[in-house]
Design a protein around this ligand. Structure first.
Ligand SMILES: Nc1ncnc2c1ncn2[C@@H]1O[C@H](COP(=O)(O)OP(=O)(O)O)[C@@H](O)[C@H]1O
Ligand SMILES: [Mg+2]
Length: 366
């Protein structure tokens, strides 16, 4: 998969633009608040249809009511256009002019690495579940569908529990066990390969402690039905479904100890980076094509080992877009970001701060 160009209109602080991207590493550098993260977010949205903001309105430039992003892509020799329109609480996706659902977009197109990824290690189980579910939904469309059905079943079942509808539980339990069993089985299977890749990546990052991925399950396929019946009274009292894959955690252990509880900040960042490299490799294995790699703020990574790892990762894929407050070394092309605008620069130019006349000239253009 290769991103040929990205166009945006009314997207956060980005000025209307069309940016072209070539093969290899494209560097995007500029001061804080320039719009670098927003650019990567727009690219990720156009490629995957996904965003993790609470309200879609946040993505629309303040003062405007709609936003638009478009990616022109090349994959296996053919070209396609993916468009995302955003309005009040609405998101409309199109591929080559035809409306599609998020599940219909190519599923292995991008991986996004960000400084906030440490939250995968130190944050709540919800974040680790979201990482796992998002990755597994990309590996298997069926997983995404069944997960959606399972989540709807849990919320309807919870409503029935709150309404004290004990008589209706047999029907809800059947649906939950069927869907939940499929989810648990798929997670266990996928985790074997994901765990191997993450363990390898963590070792490649120089960690001397072994990283292992495990599921902390609240139930099993064999016991799910009995677990639900056994905790019926508790569930009716609490008005919620207390066991099942929506309550399971992805436990990350480092040298045998839970990374969430015992890892240092630095070890945690290494683990998060290992999870992202595993994601990249798993998607490449599954789809036989490397995703576009987006690395946000490589310069926020102060540890020389991890910084080198990030830059090597970018250099090792067919296409990567790397942002930072300084220029990422080794980039084939560069954009300078300022106030939501992106100016192409000659990658061989010296640092901007050493060339005041160049800087003045660029600022004039802006
Ligand atoms: N919906 C929006 N409308 C206008 N500006 C926005 C919107 N959302 C975020 N911004 C602005 O975008 C800027 C942050 O851009 P960001 O991409 O995070 O910068 P950085 O280059 O540091 O990564 C902030 O100044 C913020 O106010
Ligand atoms: Mg940023």
């Amino acid at each position: 998969m290769r991103l040929e160009s990205l166009s945006t209109l009314n997207y956060r602080n980005l000025a209307p633009c069309t940016l072209r991207f070539g093969a290899g590493v494209t560097g995007v550098f500029g001061e804080n608040g320039a719009g670098k993260t927003n650019l990567l977010e727009a690219i990720y949205l156009a490629l995957t249809g996904q965003t993790d903001v609470g309200r879609l309105e946040q993505l629309v430039q303040s003062g405007e009511s709609e936003a638009y992003v478009r990616a022109d892509l090349e994959s296996g020799g053919s070209l396609s256009v993916q468009e995302v329109g955003l309005g009040r609480g609405r998101r409309q996706l199109k591929v080559d002019g035809v409306r599609v659902r998020a599940g219909d977009l190519p599923r292995g197109s991008a991986v996004w690495i960000r400084p906030e990824d440490s939250e995968l290690v130190f944050g709540s189980p919800t974040l680790r579940r979201a990482y796992l579910d998002s990755l597994l939904s990309r590996l298997s469309a069926r997983y995404g569908q069944q997960l959606g059905r399972y989540e709807r079943t849990v919320s309807q079942r919870n409503a029935a529990l709150k309404g004290g509808e004990a008589w209706a539980m047999a029907v809800w339990d059947d649906a939950l066990v069927k869907l939940g069993t499929e989810i648990i089985t798929f997670r266990r299977r996928a985790l074997t390969r994901l765990g191997e890749l993450a363990t390898d990546a963590n070792a490649a990052l120089g960690s001397r402690k072994t990283l292992e991925l495990k599921l902390l399950e609240t139930t099993t396929p064999e016991t799910y039905a009995a677990d639900l019946t056994g905790r019926r009274a508790e569930e009716l009292a609490r008005g919620s479904t207390v066991s099942g894959p929506h309550r399971d955690d992805l436990v990350l252990t480092l040298g045998g100890f839970s990374a969430s509880e015992y890892a240092s900040r630095g070890e945690g960042r290494t683990v998060a980076l290992a999870l992202r490299r595993a994601e990249l490799e798993l998607l490449a294995e599954r789809f036989g094509e490397q995703p576009v790699l987006l690395i946000d703020d490589f310069s926020a990574e102060l540890d020389p080992g991890r910084r080198a790892f990030l830059l090597e990762l970018a250099a090792g894929v067919p296409q990567a877009i790397v942002t930072g407050t300084e220029r990422p070394p080794g980039a084939a092309a560069q954009y300078w970001a300022q106030s939501g605008r992106f100016t192409p620069l000659d990658p061989l130019d010296g640092p901007l701060d050493m060339k005041p006349e160049k800087k003045a000239e660029l600022e004039e253009v802006h």
